[in-house]
Design a protein around this ligand. Sequence first.
Ligand SMILES: [Zn+2]
Length: 306
Amino acid sequence: MTMKRFRKSGLVSLFALALLVTAFLYIAPNRGFAVGPSLKVHVLGVTGDAILVQLPNNKIMLVDSGIAEEESIVLQKIQDLGVTRIDYLVATHMHLDHIGNHSEIINQFDIGQIFFPGDGAPDTSPDYIAMQTAASAKGITIEKKVANDYLFPTTTVNGYSLSAKVLSPRTGVVLNASGTGNTANSYSLVFSLKYNNKGILFTGDALNDTLNDLRLNHGLNDNHILKAGHHGYNDSNSNTFLDYVFAKQTHKVIITQISNDLTNSGQLKARLNTRYPDVEYWSTKYRPDVWFETDGGNWVSSQPHE
Ligand SMILES: [Zn+2]
């Protein structure tokens, strides 16, 4: 090989290496979001609640897992996102349309911590017992959380704060005191996931008594996308609560996930149409996946369906 040829092939190699490095830097840090480390929320199109969150520090959070009858669909959707480890597995409450696949997910994935509401939340359902059995087989203790706890230590990513603060249940506050609602729903784990000033409010199946308590006593003063309570039923998401949340939202968005009772999905939508026509409504009623992503500055998302 002459010196001239060597130089030329050396330059080609350097150029190829630069291309590879550029491609890696562009793709690797943020899974397709081209600005910086991002928080990505995947609302899975299944029956019941199931929301997978890719945190900007590369940790994975799964909030609920849908009904057991759709186990193969749920597991496939999680695997399709490239997930092998779930760092934070959240069970908002004990109902089958929220933790129907938790035991199988614990069996099949590498699991970090498991969270459940504390301070009086019912924990006797067959799905809860199955989750507990699967967890203890792996040596994992279910951690019961109450208001002002955090699901992970607040951290800084790319100069922005990342936090997950629990808002309900509050210690010593009796929910569903009237006994007319569903106690497990009222004791749903409600928490705020925030990256910089962008947040999602996870409400599980919290009913109006819980949301009123949160509004009146917990000073929810931040900007949040709202995961509607109780699948959009009218026993949650009161106009008073929606007024309160939407007043803080810079990007007025609400997400619902259908329950195993399909009659609910029209209730919230009908109310939004008349009272909040400018609010973006996203629903998994027709089984699409919905996603939202933020780099801490702006939201990008899939398209609203209705
Ligand atoms: Zn539910």
